[in-house]
Ligand binder design. Structure first.
Ligand code: TEU
Length: 549
């Protein structure tokens, strides 16, 4: 039986606002994406995850949807969308849409109705409660603002928003909400899309009584309370219903952004019940934060190895990624950007260690060029609601300094600067004024320059993807950890029907000794620098894939 298509293909995440502008307004758009599809094909990817393109006031850059069945004006029209889908399919590339149904925009018709009166039929589409002693209904903190509640003067009640006040949470307990969502998803499937990436899907069900959180109070005394909104029992009921109503009988896939998932509860989502096909877990993304997303401690290789081994052991099929539109740039975060040589070598090393594991790779746009964090210096240069809210809360110089350190290292705008296509005007992204600043290093980190350089990060990604695509053992083989005690080298074997590959990646800036010579493991089939088969060591950031002959 052929494997599910989403296991065999490499995904590429497009952040449309920053990918390619075709209209000259400084904002990427659908026709821009269409003009770059041959580039995606040349990379070898087989599916695109498209960040939200629905009509939105962009309080959270499209993750606040005003109309689920209209394309954002700046991005184009539904005709452009249909053309994009056709053009992708004609190149044998699948399209997976990003869908945000934990919340909508406060400008969505449902919410406009809902807040218009307590009796409105849409009132129960959202989560409204009376206040307690003139304060919020409970003490929950939101991801983006101190309190998860906002007061509505007109109707004298509070509404829940786990994200910004412009992102009210939908009430999944209301069957009408669920029916509307399923019908909408089915209309997109009928249009031809191949799947959905479901935004923060693990928080759609809330504890019915909305009890106070008991954790440590944060800003304003509010408590971040995932124990009452993540992985609630009803979540599984809703996901099974969604599976039945939308996915059964179609060869479409569902990947969940499963915030708060653990190796213990993951199989409740992707195991036999098959509520989701794939899940995104964030253990690697969270490992350098020490409890706060804004901290940035240096990469701890043994801890990384532990996370990789734990997840390879926990579920049958992982998603493999090191970044996305919410995260800083991969090579700035986990590699070494101190010199051009190490930047290049470490970018290739990180890709090798991640994308040859058992699972489905997800590459974030520009990562394949080795794009880096951007040198933001002023508030005016920032666009992200999360960063701007953080700065707005700062009292005094010390807090501001700390916030800026966090924004530079971890801020989401790092991943959202325009794609670097060429050394020409605005990196070839737009003829107009870009909506967010360009990273000035586009003069030398760009697709055009890298395309013609055989040693570039881009051409390495092409070779890596081609190798994976063509090698059954790297697609479907077992995964086995090697050198578990080694503190610098990530090493593993992939094996299928007697074919064996070994992946060795020195993820440190120092040479690493090995307990064998390279030739003992076979012939190199991919490497990021010349290697000596008689050596029993790896250079800093050296990556090597060997095939046992
Ligand atoms: O992110 C969900 C999420 O859990 C966030 O806390 C994420 O970890 C955070 O952005 C990190 O700084 C999703 C989307 O990917 C994100 O872009 C949206 O802002 C968010 O949901 C709300 O829809």
């Amino acid at each position: 039986m052929p494997e599910a298509w989403w296991k065999e293909r490499v995904f590429y995440q497009v952040y449309p606002r920053s990918f390619q502008d075709s209209s000259g307004d400084g904002i990427g758009d659908l026709r821009g994406i269409i003009s770059r599809l041959d580039y995606l094909k040349s990379l070898g990817v087989g599916a695109v995850w498209l960040c939200p393109v629905y009509d939105s006031p962009n309080a959270d850059m499209g993750y606040d949807i005003r109309d689920y069945e209209k394309i954002m004006t700046e991005f184009g029209t539904m005709e452009d969308f249909d053309e994009l889908l056709r053009e992708l399919h004609s190149r044998d590339i699948k399209l997976v849409m990003d869908l945000v149904v934990n919340h909508s925009s406060d400008e969505h018709r449902w919410f406009v109705e809902s807040r218009s009166s307590r009796e409105n039929p849409y009132r129960d589409y959202y989560i409204w409660r009376d206040g307690k002693d003139g304060r919020e209904p409970n003490n929950w903190a939101s991801f983006f603002t101190p309190s998860a509640w906002s007061y509505d003067e007109g109707t004298g009640q509070w509404y829940l928003h786990l994200f910004s006040e412009k992102q009210p949470d939908l009430n999944w307990e209301n069957p009408s909400v669920r029916e509307e969502v399923y019908a909408m998803m089915n209309r997109w499937f009928d249009r031809g899309v191949d799947g959905f990436r479901m935004d923060v899907i693990t928080v759609i069900a809330k504890a019915p009584e909305l009890p106070d959180g008991t954790g440590a109070p944060g800003s304003g005394g509010y408590v971040f309370s995932p124990e009452h909104f993540a992985f609630q029992p009803k979540l599984h009921e809703y996901l099974r219903e969604m599976r039945r109503r939308c996915f059964d009988g179609r060869s479409c896939m569902c990947v969940g952004e499963t915030s708060f998932v653990t190796t213990e509860n993951a199989n409740s989502l992707v195991g036999d019940g098959r509520e989701l096909d794939l899940l995104f877990q964030f253990d690697i993304m969270d490992m350098d934060g020490e409890g706060s997303k804004w901290n940035a401690i240096p990469l701890d290789v043994p801890k990384l190895k532990q996370i990789i081994a734990a997840w390879q052991g926990a579920i049958d099929w992982n998603t493999l990624f090191l970044g996305n539109h919410d995260q800083p740039r991969v090579v700035s975060r986990f590699g070494d950007t101190g010199s051009e040589e190490l930047w290049k070598r470490s970018a290739k090393c990180l890709a090798t260690l991640m994308y040859l594991q058992r699972g489905t790779p997800f590459i974030y746009q520009g990562e394949e060029l080795g794009m880096t964090n951007a040198p933001f210096e002023t508030r005016e240069q920032l666009r992200d609601v999360e960063e701007l809210n953080l700065l707005a809360l700062c009292k005094g110089e010390t807090e501001l300094e700390r916030a800026w350190r966090g924004i530079k290292a971890k801020g989401r705008d790092n991943a959202r600067t325009p794609m670097q296509w060429s050394a020409g005007k605005n990196a070839g992204f737009t003829t107009g004024e870009p909506w967010i600043m360009l990273n000035p290093n586009y003069t030398w980190i760009n697709a055009e320059a890298e395309d013609s350089d055989p040693d570039s990060v881009l051409n390495y990604y092409r070779a890596l993807i081609a190798l994976r695509n063509a090698t059954p053992a790297l697609l479907r083989g077992d995964w086995r950890e090697l050198l578990p005690e080694n503190k610098q080298v990530v090493a593993y074997a992939r094996e299928l029907e007697g074919e064996k590959y070994t992946v060795l990646c020195n993820l440190s800036g120092k040479a690493a000794e090995l307990p064998f010579t390279l030739s003992e493991l076979g012939e190199p089939v991919l490497s990021n620098m010349p290697s000596d088969p008689t050596a029993a060591a790896l250079f800093p950031y050296q990556a090597l894939v060997l095939k046992r002959s």
